[in-house]
Design a protein around this ligand. Structure first.
Ligand SMILES: [Fe+2]
Length: 381
């Protein structure tokens, strides 16, 4: 896929859907909802409202960009490969079905690999902006087959674009993550009942959450709920960063009213952040966000989630060293925060910072706020 195609597709087409949607919902109640909520609400049970196409196209394209990698393509491995073998008859059959879905979608549309309501993989196609979410399924891979996706590169030869996508672009690691998220709860046994969230940002991540049983959550539940909370938190930060504070506050509230009882208390401390809603985007705002978190740490004994929040904030800001330090400390204090250490961005950040030892002002701040930590003298900041 050429640079020009990327620039036009993302910078013109994707941007146009977003700008058009913003124009359509300005001043309406829809403006207070997340993009996923707008999409699901305006789908209107199959009688879409005028905003649906733009909302769904924004969601679809975001999912599409995150389905590709510069070093992607080829055969998958892991659980998703096993599922392709089991549900679709093997990789070759998947390729055949995915190519057919993309090539035979008349006019504009999308090809999908999804986990259906029975937990099985299926390959489907949808016209225009329609997608599997509106039908209650959880996509884990998509391919845009609108003409604007390939015409600059291969003109009318859509099959060439499809072959290139399959052979060189599919990010199977991401697809594997989405598959695991969509199926973990269902496969964890009787104590957990998978409950696919029907709306809200986590759905985009192919996310499922376990409801606690009468005996309390199983260990699989704990991991799922912990991840859910982190995804909710990340979504809230994104909305706050784009200054959509109403949506960010609602996502924070969703965090604080988690249906998993053992997770309610730690996350309630984040309500402090809700008040300020973590505005960020420039240095001054980052400093303000950090200040809010430090104050929270000083006042609140539930320090690990705040350390974790601070770590994620530093990661978004690009301070990988600080992020790793904060997330490590959070996980050391609170085992339930450990799943974040297995997140790909955190693993990558750790590789990037390597053996560097960072102290400086940030570490002193962490020590002061959380009363502990290694002593250092050097400064990396
Ligand atoms: Fe597109």
């Amino acid at each position: 896929m050429s640079k020009t195609t990327f620039e036009f597709h993302y910078g013109k087409h994707h941007a146009a859907y977003l700008n058009n949607l913003n124009g359509q919902i300005a001043g309406k109640d829809l403006e207070k909802l997340s993009i996923e909520e707008v999409m699901l609400k305006t789908w209107n049970g199959g009688s879409p409202g005028p905003e649906f196409n733009n909302a769904a196209q924004v969601v679809n394209h975001t999912f599409f960009w995150e389905s590709m990698s510069p070093n992607g393509g080829g055969k998958p491995s892991g659980k998703v490969a096993e599922a392709i073998e089991r549900d679709l008859g093997g990789y070759d059959k998947f390729v055949e079905a995915f190519k057919a879905a993309g090539a035979t979608q008349f006019g504009s549309g999308w090809a999908w690999l999804s986990v259906n309501k029975q937990g099985k993989l299926e390959v489907t196609k949808t016209p225009n902006a329609e997608n599997p979410w509106v039908h209650g399924n959880t996509p884990i891979l998509t391919m845009d087959v609108w003409e604007h996706a390939y015409y600059l590169d291969v003109q009318n030869r859509r099959p060439d674009f499809i072959s290139n996508f399959i052979e060189n672009l599919i990010d199977w690691q991401r697809v594997e993550q989405r598959y695991l998220a969509a199926t973990n709860a269902a496969s964890s046994g009787g104590a957990c009942k998978a409950a696919r969230l029907s709306s809200g940002p986590p759905c985009l991540h192919g996310f499922v959450c376990c409801k606690a049983s009468a005996q309390g959550p199983s260990s699989a539940c704990v991991q799922q709920c912990s991840t859910r909370a982190l995804v909710l938190y990340s979504a809230a930060l994104e909305y706050a960063r784009s200054e959509r504070y109403d949506v960010a506050r609602r996502v924070f509230r969703k965090l604080c009213t988690s249906e998993c009882p053992s997770f309610v208390k730690p996350w309630v401390s984040w309500a402090q952040m809700e008040k300020r809603c973590i505005p960020c985007g420039d240095e001054r705002r980052w400093a303000a966000s950090r200040s809010v978190l430090q104050q929270g740490l000083e006042r609140n004994r539930d320090a690990p989630p705040l350390l974790q929040a601070w770590g994620l904030l530093e990661m978004q800001r690009g301070n990988l060293l600080g992020a790793v330090m904060l997330l490590d400390r959070s996980a050391a204090l609170e085992p339930r925060n450990r799943p974040v250490l297995r997140w790909k961005p955190v693993v990558e950040a750790r590789k990037t910072v390597g053996e560097r030892r960072g102290c400086g002002r940030l570490q002193r701040d962490i020590r002061a706020a959380a009363s502990g930590g290694d002593s250092c003298t050097e400064s990396d900041e």
